[in-house]
Write a protein that binds this ligand. Structure first.
Ligand SMILES: Cc1cc2nc3c(=O)[nH]c(=O)nc-3n(C[C@H](O)[C@H](O)[C@H](O)COP(=O)(O)OP(=O)(O)OC[C@H]3O[C@@H](n4cnc5c(N)ncnc54)[C@H](O)[C@@H]3O)c2cc1C
Length: 414
């Protein structure tokens, strides 16, 4: 028996199936850089990240800072911070897809650090931006984004928030609890949505230093998958926040949160595409190399049709997230209905394809590792990881609701 894990690297079908006809040259070049960076900094540790139990000590700093060192965290920002892309949202989503191809959970970390949080920092005062963006871009500091609470997440209205801010002469005092917060176990800062006053109907988006007195980070959650995306509660007891740390206008925090979540959900759609592409590539390789009944498995017309359909769907899902991202880059702050379509379609596809890739691999797909040989195709990890993509950053039912609202009208759908 061996403990070594062999993960077979398989050829990328994307390179022979996709024409980059409409993709800007800067995005094509960035994709190549991101792929190279992922291969050097993430791939060697990704399987360990995907299987180990969550704790503050297992935050994947090495991969996190490695990707940052290649400039991938600068992508959403201007040239003064090392970014300067004409299509920054498209760029960030393309990087997310490349990361997700190797590790869905690190794509989740990237989505938080480089899509959700930067969207909130657009509303920060210049002196805060100048201070914090270099820390974010270098990977020196991890950042969090917090809207979810134990009793509310999908139904995000100010009146349902139990984390609240009382106004003081120089700022706010915040009390409450956030749940499932990515990176919180190690993060230096959080962009956090709080109710404006205990009984208020409005919300503030605040930037809180997590080293402040009164902040306590909970025990890390133990999850089915996404082990590299470590989550925990943030508890706040009489935490003082200076007025200069309001993101956007006081009382208009919900708008900041929702516009950030639109961006985040396109990123998760892109992550779904990366996972789906990785599963398709594993499936294709197995269909070409595994023999059944005297022929390669891929000679069975059943699998030819299934894979042809899925390859078509990947093309659609990728085009959807790219179009949604380009809408945002063009100044359309809602990017609807494409953003909602991209999230629901890409993440559903990831789950469908991982399930089918396991079926194609038979017992090997179901195994974490073959006892005698150490062989692993990482599909067990991908299956555990893929499910959350359909749940977080707006459950897929909410995305369908957003599409239906536009299709049928709000009078009908609510
Ligand atoms: C790995 C991970 C990372 C996370 N990171 C963060 C983070 O960094 N910051 C943060 O704030 N939160 C984070 N979350 C929380 C996440 O965003 C929420 O779990 C998610 O929004 C769903 O909320 P909920 O779990 O409270 O489920 P609920 O809101 O209780 O919803 C449960 C289910 O109800 C169904 N549902 C909801 N609304 C509707 C509807 N209108 N119609 C039909 N069905 C509906 C959906 O199927 C949904 O899955 C994270 C969670 C995980 C697991």
């Amino acid at each position: 028996m061996t403990t070594a894990t062999t993960v077979t690297a398989v050829p990328r079908t994307q390179d022979r199936m996709t024409h980059d006809l409409l993709l800007p040259k800067e995005t094509v070049a960035l994709r190549a850089r991101a792929r190279d960076s992922v291969a050097r900094h993430l791939a060697p540790v990704a399987r360990e990240i995907g299987t180990r139990e969550e704790s503050a000590d297992t935050f994947p700093w090495e991969a996190f800072r490695g990707l940052a060192s290649d400039g991938l965290f600068a992508v959403p920002f201007g040239p003064e911070y090392g970014g300067g892309y004409e299509y920054p949202m498209l760029a960030a989503c393309t990087v997310t897809e490349e990361i997700a191809y190797e590790s869905s959970s690190i794509a989740g970390v990237y989505d938080g650090q480089c899509i959700l949080v930067p969207a909130t920092l657009r509303h920060a005062r210049p002196e805060l931006r100048e201070r914090l963006i270099p820390e974010l871009v270098s990977g020196a500091t991890a950042f969090s984004f917090a809207t979810t609470e134990p009793d509310t997440s999908s139904d995000l209205t100010a009146a349902r928030l139990s984390t609240w801010a009382e106004e003081t002469p120089d700022g706010y005092v915040v009390n409450g609890r956030k749940r499932w917060i990515t990176n919180s176990v190690v993060a230096g800062w959080v962009s956090i949505l709080v109710r404006a006053g205990r009984e208020g109907n409005r919300a503030h988006m605040l930037l809180i230093d997590l080293r402040s007195p009164g902040v306590r980070i909970g025990t890390p959650d133990l999850k089915m998958g996404h082990r590299g995306q470590i989550t925990a509660d943030i508890e706040l007891v009489d935490v003082h926040v200076p007025r200069a740390h309001v993101l956007g206008e006081p009382g208009r925090g919900m708008a900041v949160a929702l516009s950030s979540l639109v961006r985040g959900r396109i990123g998760i759609g892109a992550a779904g595409v990366g996972v789906a592409q990785a599963a398709l590539d594993l499936a294709v390789h197995r269909l070409q190399t595994r023999e059944v009944f005297g022929r390669p498995l891929g000679a069975m017309q059943h699998w030819q049709f299934v894979m042809a359909q899925r390859a078509t769907e990947i093309e659609c899902a990728r085009s959807l997230y790219q179009k949604a991202a380009m809408l945002l880059d063009a100044g359309d702050d809602t990017a609807e209905p494409e953003a909602a379509m991209a999230k629901a379609y890409g993440t559903r596809l990831a789950n469908d394809l991982v399930r089918e890739a396991i079926q194609i691999h038979g017992a090997l797909g179901f195994a974490r590792q073959v006892g005698e040989t150490g062989e692993s195709v990482r599909l067990e990890e991908m299956y555990r990881d893929a499910k959350i993509l359909e749940i977080f950053e707006g459950a897929n039912e909410l995305q369908h609701w957003i599409v239906a609202r536009r299709l049928l009208g709000r009078d009908l759908t609510g």
